[in-house]
Design a protein around this ligand. Sequence first.
Ligand code: NAD
Length: 288
Amino acid sequence: MSVAFLGLGNMGGPMAANLLAAGEKVTGYDPNPTARVEGIAVADSAAAAVKGADVVITMLPSGRHVLDCYREIVPAAAPGTLFLDCSTIEVTDARAAAELAAGHLALDAPVSGGVVGATAATLTFMVGGPSEAFIAAEPYLKTMGKKIVHCGETGAGQAAKICNNMILGVSMIAVSEAFALGRSLGLTDQALFDVASTASGQCWALTTNCPVPGPVPTSPANRDYTGGFASSLMLKDLRLAQAAAQAGGVPTALGAHAEELYAAFVEQDGSGRDFSAIITSLTKDGPA
Ligand code: NAD
């Protein structure tokens, strides 16, 4: 079987490298000449990469990129090609992409786990689409990830992704506010962590990605918020969640407020910093 991998950026590059390392025949395409993977030949165009491929994987910045790309590549694909879009995009765009690929097998399969998970092949895949396509995709997903969840029909993978990340954005702000309040009451960060991490305030934002340096030595706060999940990507996901909430008339007051706070933080200077750096805009004096 041969795989066309379109989008060899921060995430797609290591994902494609893991497929190659597992023995798959991979052809790549990325218009950015610096986005390259050792050992993967790059075609002249997306359509050229797709010609003769059994599986087409896309890892692109946005829904617009995915739909433009599908309009170009679907006519070049052989009948019965498996299309796997791993980008994070709007649910409606995921459904439109699957429609463009009608007659083929198509899935939305966004990921969580970041560049670290993409490199270590420990990503979580949230998958939407028909069972027949899911069964065909499973071996590839298992090569690139650790946990694979079939969430439902087309769009369900993107739905799970934006709901999860809305929880994450809101909970990171809640944890940050708790540290700020704790400090003002004379609590040390460590004391609050020791209690909340084993009490009902426990959550991933606290125990794995703790926004203050000290309690969790591996969290980005210990390296000036570098090398994590960029605030600009958190803002992107919160915006996708709000777009879906508004379209469906679902009240998400905290999700909406989290989007506003991340938009302001990204506007200041937070764009490339880990999303836990939001604490520096919520506290008077930043982290201790
Ligand atoms: P990136 O910008 O590093 O990579 C995207 C690549 O797509 C770029 O190299 C770009 O040149 C390429 N591209 C654009 N149009 C193309 C086309 N028509 N054909 C082929 N390549 C094309 O972005 P990334 O960080 O790798 O993120 C990719 C997706 O994964 C995004 O949707 C993002 O939201 C999602 N995501 C990212 C992370 C993360 O931590 N970086 C985590 C989870 C999900």
